[in-house]
Structures are given as C-alpha cells and as structure tokens.
Design a protein around this ligand. Sequence first.
Ligand SMILES: N[C@@H](CCC(=O)N[C@@H](CS)C(=O)NCC(=O)O)C(=O)O
Length: 211
Amino acid sequence: MPAPTAAIRLYRHVLSGHCHRIELMLSILGVPFEPVDMQFGPAGTRTPEFLTLNAFGQVPVIEDGDLTLADSNAILVYLAQRYDSSGTWLPSDPVIAGNIQRWLSVAARQLAEGPATARVANLFNSAVDREKAHGIADRLFTITDAHLADRPYFAGAAPTIADIAHYSYTAHAPEGGVSLEPYPNIRAWIARVEALPGFTPMPRSAVGLAA
Ligand SMILES: N[C@@H](CCC(=O)N[C@@H](CS)C(=O)NCC(=O)O)C(=O)O
C-alpha cells in the first residue's frame, strides 16, 4: 500500500461526524495521521490562520505534504485514490462510481440537514428547527432502509467511501433523538461497517439518547 512520507495532519473536532468520516477511512486504510483538535468559532475555526486552510472555516481539513484539502467527501475521494491500492473503496467502474457519487451527494445534503442537524441541536444546544431536521431524517432513513434491503452496502456488494460518508451521522442519529429502531436494514448495515477491519468508533454522547 502506498504510504504518506509524513503523517497526514487532520484538523478536526472530536464530536464532528464529518471529521470521523476521515478518521474512519484513514484507520481502515492503515494510513497514519496526526490530529489537530479545533474549537469552533473565533478561537478556532474562524481564526485568520485557519481560514487560510479553509476559507469556509469548517473542519475537517487535511494537510498531506504540499496538499491542503477541505471537505469530508473531497478528502474521502482523495484518500481512496491516493492510498487504497486495492481500488475497492472508490472503484473506476462507471456504475459503481456513479452510485457512490449519488450517495455522497445525499450525505452532503439530507444526512447533514437531517440527522446531523438534529444531533447538533442536542449536543451544542443550537437554535435549529428540530421538527424540520427530524422530518428530513425520517424521510432519509426510510429511503435508505429500503435501499439497503437488497444490497449489503450503499453502492452494492462491497463497502465504498459512500458507506464511510454515511456511517458516522447515521450510527449516531439517536444522539439527536432520531431512533434507528424502525430501520432494521440500516441497523444491519451499521453492524457490517463496525465489523470491517480497521473500524474505529466516534465517541458517543449521552446527550439526546433519551430525547
Ligand atoms: N461540507 C463540509 C461540512 C463540514 C462541516 O459542517 N463542519 C462543521 C463541523 S461538523 C464545522 O466545522 N462547523 C463550524 C462552522 O461552521 O463554523 C464537509 O463535508 O466537510
């Protein structure tokens, strides 16, 4: 497997599912990284220094040699193409690649606006429209559960970066008060992802589990 010449630097927040995506991919690929724990806001992600790394002021960001790259899905694409010598996490097959991109787009919109937003509301006591977030989450998980009824992973027979992109906020949806109880296919998929060699968990928060 190709390896970076020095450990990849990962700017992250430990409770961020977007950042956990990257940790999970790095761990599965066996690529070493050095975490840089950030605070949100003026003392962290909005400092002039950090804004030179990501003008949007968000984590995750990686530095790999001369490369600085923000956005979790972009980073997953990069890591798979650079460090996955098996070629299975982002295959070049057009049908599989198209399906992966479809679910990356869902992760960037419905997963972020639904389960992730409901979780942020509970963990950080943010002023968000919880009812709207729960509505998006319920619709997303209904569609996802049906999708996973006849395939083990999002893009078919094998795990890909689409599964990595969906795992963190899906598995941790109960922290936002979104129950996974009605979705047996999603729960079976979570168990499959958690059994993958190199799997590493995201810290769980009790906040919201009883919501
Ligand atoms: N599209 C971005 C979204 C990243 C994102 O929402 N990061 C949040 C943490 S989960 C963040 O840094 N928020 C701080 C802020 O927006 O000020 C990605 O996929 O990486």
